[in-house]
Design a binder for this molecule. Structure first.
Ligand SMILES: *[C@@H]1O[C@H](CO)[C@@H](O)[C@H](O)[C@H]1NC(C)=O
Ligand SMILES: *[C@@H]1O[C@H](CO)[C@@H](O)[C@H](O)[C@H]1NC(C)=O
Ligand SMILES: *[C@@H]1O[C@H](CO)[C@@H](O)[C@H](O)[C@H]1NC(C)=O
Ligand SMILES: *[C@@H]1O[C@H](CO)[C@@H](O)[C@H](O)[C@H]1NC(C)=O
Ligand SMILES: *[C@@H]1O[C@H](CO)[C@@H](O)[C@H](O)[C@H]1NC(C)=O
Ligand SMILES: *[C@@H]1O[C@H](CO)[C@@H](O)[C@H](O)[C@H]1NC(C)=O
Ligand SMILES: *[C@@H]1O[C@H](CO)[C@@H](O)[C@H](O)[C@H]1NC(C)=O
Ligand SMILES: *[C@@H]1O[C@H](CO)[C@@H](O)[C@H](O)[C@H]1NC(C)=O
Ligand SMILES: *[C@@H]1O[C@H](CO)[C@@H](O)[C@H](O)[C@H]1NC(C)=O
Ligand SMILES: *[C@@H]1O[C@H](CO)[C@@H](O)[C@H](O)[C@H]1NC(C)=O
Length: 654
């Protein structure tokens, strides 16, 4: 809508106004945006249009006055140091569709090596917004560094590709009229072997590393807030109805907070409470319905501080671990719950890191939920707030990985003796930055009920494992920031005993809490929860229609752990592997597992769904039955006290 007028005049910033020389520039024709033809699309690609992701972007801290800035912006490939001279007032040459990263077809740029970039748009502040209020500019995520200019003035700088940030731009707005927003982005990805949190992104995609995402990749928006306003809400609510809340505000004052909790999907009030800002306070809600995957009850809440009113929600549940009949188990609301999920990478052929739409994002989640998965391992990526809200609402538990640094050891079976192989990992500077961003992950996501576990390191990527074992200190850090969840300190390979899980990766067959191990794994440590952080990964090649049409990726398809001749064989193999897992649950101490993976990604063809989401490989009746059998077996095993202690005795003897 903002761009339906082809020519919009805009005013130059303060400098120009001050000299009463308000040059009026002609705005470029924004209808030059064209959806690029990428290597593969999805059923949603064509439906995106130029008003993408219109949803309110921050469900746990909602205000009524807001304005979405997504849409067609201007873009220019830049160079190092260009941020010293922002091209203010000069219309940038190319269109880009925000919030799709520069490598994506949906962005309309589909570039590569987008190391330095300029983004530009204009906005005005709705006249209906209360005079005297502050105007806050919010970014969902920009990969990797962003320097933000309003009307030519730098307002903020942010580092870290996965985190939301905002800036109070009130003092930079033009007195009357349209404002120019420029964002300078630097994203090295893995250029010159730099070590930054980046997950599976690489400038040179191959096999299990994929097309990178550079620039703005989540919603950009404005909101109007009172001068004294809530900046962050920390919410946790447990199975006993105890709510622990911290209401951070723009000042450090201690002022009254008034809370109203509503009955689910109703205007009836369940409870009210009071507290004070900028410090934790607790209150009790009588007999709440608890949150669980089978009954994901949420309660809407209103938080009032002065003239600021926030809508949010909470879910009551407790995550812990305990010994049930001699076995260390993850507990949800005091009871053992077997965790079964997919490795969920969150890549899209049309949007790369950004799903084409909320509907598309929900489609993946619903596909998993339909066959009985109760969990997802969000793999070395962080998603939009709307993703976490969707998991809260659908009842999907999340194991949330910290986005990894670049792997510094050979990956896969070539690893060899995992205890010995050491290569340079993070240096002191990149380690400090990793640690800083890990804390942000926890701080920004600790209020979602669906998240049950944090993962610090994946398969040793970026993990120092020769002399130092940073995962012990980092486990303490995460525990101090969030004592309400479990910590899977290292998922796969370089395990020296930190955290709550003994987490093994093994392909294709599982080795979950078993009294045997092999080259890629370590002997089961029964003092922690036995978990299979990755297994399965069996593949099935498809016709070119469903493939990422990049020759290098196609050539690497046979690097997938296993390729099955056809879908019947693939389903048969899945049945076999799930039966094997079930056997390990029955006989040994397995408490959960992660099947690789939700979808194909580029040259990997081992998804429940193909990369384009057009083919669901699962024999759904069979998968549903096999997954239910895992839960049933786990429940029976947990209730059986006969063999368990013997198992511990056996392991003690190892
Ligand atoms: C804008 O560009 C489109 C496509 O190039 C063209 O069809 C349209 O006429 C242009 N509009 C104006 C107002 O110049
Ligand atoms: C940007 O410029 C760099 C250096 O000239 C080039 O390698 C890269 O391909 C360009 N990117 C785009 C998207 O044009
Ligand atoms: C913006 O930049 C101009 C020119 O450098 C300066 O005069 C003005 O004070 C700046 N405004 C703010 C709010 O920083
Ligand atoms: C700008 O000023 C003019 C003249 O005072 C006024 O008519 C107009 O409503 C103002 N626009 C905004 C966006 O404040
Ligand atoms: C409440 O949460 C804060 C951190 O947000 C924590 O320090 C405190 O220990 C918690 N209090 C209770 C009673 O759980
Ligand atoms: C709040 O307190 C912190 C630490 O005492 C201080 O650094 C910060 O400037 C204060 N902020 C405001 C708005 O007073
Ligand atoms: C919370 O409020 C929203 C907006 O009114 C509503 O759509 C949603 O159903 C409510 N959710 C619950 C759990 O009550
Ligand atoms: C997979 O299928 C594609 C096209 O359908 C083909 O080009 C490729 O060679 C196949 N690869 C393997 C390993 O079967
Ligand atoms: C995998 O495919 C490539 C390209 O098609 C081929 O050169 C290679 O021999 C294949 N490897 C195996 C193990 O089949
Ligand atoms: C408990 O475990 C023992 C030993 O594995 C087995 O013989 C027995 O059938 C199990 N009982 C139940 C109720 O599953």
């Amino acid at each position: 809508m903002r761009f339906s007028i082809a020519f919009v005049s805009w005013l130059l910033p303060a400098t120009a106004l001050a000299t009463s020389n308000s040059r009026v520039l002609k705005r470029a024709n924004d209808t030059d945006y064209v959806l690029k033809k990428g290597p593969l699309d999805t059923p949603w690609t064509e439906k995106v249009g130029t008003n993408p992701w219109p949803e309110y972007p921050r469900p746990q801290l909602q205000r009524s006055d807001w304005k979405n800035l997504n849409g067609v912006w201007r873009y220019k490939n830049a160079s190092a140091g260009d941020d010293k001279s922002p091209p203010s007032g000069v219309v940038l040459p190319e269109p880009v569709l925000v919030p799709f990263c520069l490598e994506s077809a949906l962005s309309g740029v589909m570039g590569s090596h987008n190391i330095w970039s300029w983004y530009q748009t204009t906005f005005d502040v709705p006249s209906s917004w209360t005079a005297g209020n502050r105007v806050i500019l919010n970014f969902g995520a920009v990969d990797y560094e962003a320097t933000v200019f309003i009307n030519g003035n730098q307002t903020t700088f942010h580092r870290g590709g996965y985190w939301s940030f905002n800036v109070d731009v009130t003092d930079y707005l033009s007195a009357n009229g349209t404002n120019e927003l420029l964002v300078f982005v630097y994203d090295p990805t893995d250029k010159d072997n730099i070590q930054i949190p980046l997950g599976k992104q690489t400038l040179d995609p191959s096999h299990i590393f994929y097309t990178p995402c550079s620039g703005i990749w989540q919603t950009v928006w404005l909101e109007s807030t009172p001068v004294e306003h809530v900046t962050q809400l920390d919410l946790s609510a447990d199975m006993n109805g105890e709510v622990n809340m911290t209401v951070h505000t723009s000042s450090n004052s201690s002022t009254l907070v008034q809370i109203t909790i509503y009955e689910p999907h109703s205007t009836d009030i369940k409870a009210t409470a009071r507290g004070r800002t900028n410090g934790a306070f607790q209150f009790n809600v009588e007999s709440p319905k608890l949150w669980s995957p089978s009954s994901p009850t949420l309660y809407n809440i209103t938080v009032k501080v002065g003239s600021d009113t926030i809508q949010s929600y909470i879910g009551f549940r407790t995550i812990s671990h305990g010994v049930i009949n001699g076995v260390n188990r993850p507990l949800l609301n005091g009871e053992f719950i077997f965790l079964f999920g997919t490795l969920d990478q969150g890549f899209w052929p049309d949007g790369i890191y950004t799903p084409p739409s909320r509907e598309a994002m929900i489609f993946d989640l619903q596909t998993l939920k339909n066959v009985g998965y109760n969990m997802l391992r969000k793999h070395i990526k962080v998603e939009t707030a709307l993703f976490y809200q969707a998991c809260d609402e659908l009842g999907l538990m999340l194991i949330q990985d910290m986005p990894s640094l670049r792997p510094s050891v050979p990956v896969g079976p070539a690893l060899g003796d995992c205890q010995v192989k050491t290569q340079p990992v993070a240096n002191a500077e990149s380690q400090a930055e990793f640690d800083r961003q890990l804390a942000i992950l926890i701080e920004q996501h600790k209020s979602y009920p669906s998240i049950i576990t944090w993962v610090i390191y994946n398969e040793g990527w970026g993990q120092a494992h020769d002399r130092t074992h940073p995962e012990f200190q980092l486990t303490d850090l995460v525990r101090s920031l969030d004592p309400t969840r479990l910590i899977d300190s290292v998922t796969g390979w370089f395990d020296f005993g930190a955290g709550d899980f003994h987490d093994n990766h093994h392909y294709p067959d599982p080795q979950c809490g078993t009294p045997w191990y092999s080259i890629q794994s370590t002997p089961y440590d029964y003092k922690r929860i036995a978990f299979q952080g990755e297994f399965g990964g069996i593949g099935h090649n498809v016709s070119e229609d469903h493939l990422w049409k990049v020759q290098k990726a196609i050539n690497e398809i046979n690097g997938t752990y296993e390729i099955d001749a056809n879908l019947d064989v693939w389903n048969e193999r899945a049945h076999f592997l799930l039966s094997e897992l079930r056997g390990q649950i029955e006989k040994y101490d397995c408490s959960g597992a992660v099947w690789t993976q939700t979808t194909d990604v580029e040259g990997e063809v081992n998804g429940m769904l193909t990369y384009d989401r057009r083919l669901n490989r699962m024999d759904q009746v069979q998968w549903k039955r096999d997954i239910q059998a895992l839960y049933d077996t786990a429940a029976a095993r947990a209730a059986n006290s006969t063999t368990v202690m013997q198992m511990a005795d056996t392991l003690e003897g190892l």
